[in-house]
Write a protein that binds this ligand. Structure first.
Ligand SMILES: C[S@@+](CC[C@H](N)C(=O)[O-])C[C@H]1O[C@@H](n2cnc3c(N)ncnc32)[C@H](O)[C@@H]1O
Length: 451
C-alpha cells in the first residue's frame, strides 16, 4: 500500500498548497450549503491509494495514471504532490438537471414521493444547490492543481453554464476567462422540445493566469494549406492585401499614407487604412509584393509564409466547434468496446482538439500532465494517447473515476477497456516503438480502498 507515493513525488510544503484567499469584490453566487462546500476543499485527506496490478499495463514504466474512487478525496490527495503541476484539466461533470435525481454518484438524492398515490404530483421545483455544493469544492481544488500557465476546460450545458461561470469567475477571477466554446453536439432535430431544440453545449475555458497561458493554436485545414500556391526560395506563401478590409469609424492617421509603386507612381490607400504603419512597411519591405489588377492599377500585398519560422503555420481556433457530434462519440466507444452502454460519451477528437491547442513545452524535460477527474469512459485518456502518437509529445494523463452506481453499465471497466484497446491499437501502429513510445503505451491504476 502507498500513501500518495503513486506519483513518486515529494509532498509540497504546506504553505505552498494552502488555498488562496478568495477574491474580494465582484458578483458572487450564494446558495444554502456554500460555506460547508468550500470547507470540503480544505479538509485534510488521510486516505491511502493502493496499486491495482491487474488493472495496469506495463506498470514499471508507465507515465499515465488511472485513479479509482471519489474525486473529492482523490483531488485532496493529489493536492499534496501535484499542487501547481497540472498543465490542462478537462472535465465533463454530471450535468445539473435541477431535479435532484442521480446526476452524480455520491450525491444521489431521490425526489420526495407524493403523499397519496392519488394526489397529483406537484411540479418539481428546480433545486440547483446540491449541484453547486458538489462542483464547488472540486473546482477550487482543480485550480490548486493547475500550473501557473495551466488551463481548465469544463463541458457544460445551458442549464448550468450561468452558474458555472459565476463559480469559475469567483475561483479563478473573471479576467482569467479565456473564452467559451460553443460545441454543436448534434445536427439532427430530435423530439420532445416545444420551444427550442438544443443542438449545442459549451466548453468554458479558464486560465489559472491568463497572462501566462500561452496562445492557443491549431493546424490549418487542408483547404487553407492549398491556398499557399505561390513559392520562392523561402518556400510556399500566399498574398494578403495590405489594404485593411472592413470599415472603421475613425481610421488611424498613421495607417493612411501613399506607397511608392515599382514604376515610381504613388498608390493611395484604397480602403480606410493600411494594415501596417509606414515604419513597419520600411522594416519589412522584402515581404511586399506589387501586382496590377485588371484595371491596370497597382495593388500592394504582403507575403504570408506557410512555414514562417521553419514550422508549419497554425491558426488561432475559433469559439464555434462543429467537427464531431455526440453520435461520433457513441460510435467511437462502441467500436472500441462493443456492446458498451453509456449515454453521450464525449468524442475523443473533441478533447484531442482542445488539448492540442496548447503548445508543447519548449523544454522537452518539462512534464505536461492532463487531468480528467470525471473520466467516465475515458475519452480524455484516448485523446492524450492519440495526440502523443500524432505529434511525438510526452503528455501524461491522470484519469479519476468513481465506482459507478449506474446499474446498466460498469463505467470503470468501460474506461479501462477503452484505454487498453487504444493502447493496443497504437501499439500495432508502432510495432518497433522506440522506448519513449513504449512508455506512452502503458498506465498504472490505483484505488482508494473503502471508498
Ligand atoms: C458526464 S460523465 C463523464 C463522461 C465522460 N466525459 C465520457 O465521455 O465518458 C461524469 C462521470 O463522472 C463520474 N462521477 C460522478 N461523480 C463522481 C465522483 N464524485 N468522483 C469520481 N467520478 C464521479 C460519473 O460516474 C460519470 O462517469
Amino acid at each position: 500500500m502507498v500513501s500518495t507515493g503513486f506519483s513518486g513525488r515529494r509532498p509540497l510544503p504546506r504553505e505552498e498548497t494552502a488555498l488562496n484567499t478568495p477574491p474580494t469584490g465582484g458578483v458572487f453566487l450564494d446558495w444554502p450549503g456554500k460555506s460547508r462546500a468550500r470547507s470540503l476543499a480544505e479538509k485534510p485527506e488521510k486516505g491511502l491509494l493502493e496499486p491495482v496490478a491487474e488493472k495496469s499495463v506495463n506498470p514499471q514504466r508507465a507515465p499515465h495514471l488511472f485513479l479509482e474512487g471519489d474525486n473529492l478525496r482523490i483531488l485532496r490527495l493529489l493536492k499534496k504532490e501535484y499542487a501547481r503541476s497540472i498543465s490542462a484539466i478537462y472535465i465533463d461533470p454530471p450535468y445539473n438537471t435541477g431535479t435532484s435525481l442521480a446526476y452524480f454518484d455520491r450525491y444521489y438524492r431521490r425526489q420526495p414521493t407524493p403523499r397519496s398515490p392519488d394526489a397529483p404530483a406537484a411540479p418539481l421545483r428546480r433545486d440547483d444547490s446540491p449541484w453547486l455544493s458538489f462542483i464547488y469544492p472540486r473546482l477550487i481544488l482543480a485550480r490548486e492543481l493547475l500550473r501557473e500557465d495551466g488551463v481548465i476546460f469544463v463541458s457544460i450545458d445551458d442549464r448550468a453554464v450561468h452558474h458555472l461561470r459565476y463559480l469559475l469567475d469567483e475561483i479563478f477571477g473573471p479576467e482569467n476567462h479565456a473564452g467559451t466554446v460553443v460545441w454543436r453536439k448534434k445536427v439532427v432535430r430530435g423530439r420532445g422540445h416545444r420551444h427550442l431544440i438544443p443542438q449545442t453545449e459549451y466548453i468554458v475555458v479558464y486560465a489559472r493566469s491568463i497572462r501566462l497561458l500561452r496562445p492557443f493554436s491549431e493546424p490549418l485545414s487542408p483547404e487553407m494549406i492549398s491556398e499557399y500556391r505561390l513559392s520562392d526560395d523561402r518556400g510556399p506563401y500566399k498574398l494578403i492585401p495590405l489594404a485593411k478590409s472592413g470599415t472603421a469609424h475613425s481610421p488611424r492617421p498613421n495607417l493612411v499614407y501613399p506607397i511608392e509603386a515599382p514604376d515610381g507612381t504613388m498608390i493611395p490607400c484604397p480602403t480606410h487604412q493600411w494594415r501596417w504603419s509606414q515604419q513597419t512597411l520600411l522594416s519589412r519591405k522584402d515581404e511586399l509584393e506589387f501586382r496590377k489588377n485588371r484595371r491596370g492599377e497597382w495593388v500592394v500585398y504582403t507575403r504570408q509564409r506557410l512555414y514562417p519560422d521553419g514550422h508549419l503555420r497554425r491558426k488561432t481556433p475559433v469559439s464555434l466547434y462543429d467537427r464531431v457530434s455526440t453520435t461520433d462519440g457513441t460510435r467511437e466507444l462502441k467500436n472500441l468496446c462493443p456492446g458498451a452502454v453509456f449515454d453521450f460519451p464525449k468524442p475523443a477528437r473533441l478533447i484531442r482538439d482542445l488539448i492540442g491547442w496548447l503548445p508543447l513545452p519548449e523544454d522537452p524535460e518539462q512534464e505536461t500532465l492532463v487531468l480528467d477527474f470525471f473520466a467516465g469512459t475515458c475519452p480524455s485518456a484516448q485523446a492524450v494517447l492519440e495526440l502523443n502518437h500524432a505529434d511525438g509529445g510526452h503528455r501524461k494523463f491522470i484519469m479519476v473515476q468513481d465506482t459507478p452506481v449506474d446499474g446498466r453499465t460498469n463505467i470503470l471497466e468501460l474506461g479501462h477497456q477503452r484505454i487498453r484497446r487504444v493502447l493496443s491499437l497504437l501499439g500495432e501502429l508502432t510495432p518497433h516503438a522506440p522506448d519513449g513510445d513504449f512508455d506512452n503505451l502503458s498506465y498504472r491504476t490505483f484505488r482508494l480502498p473503502d471508498d
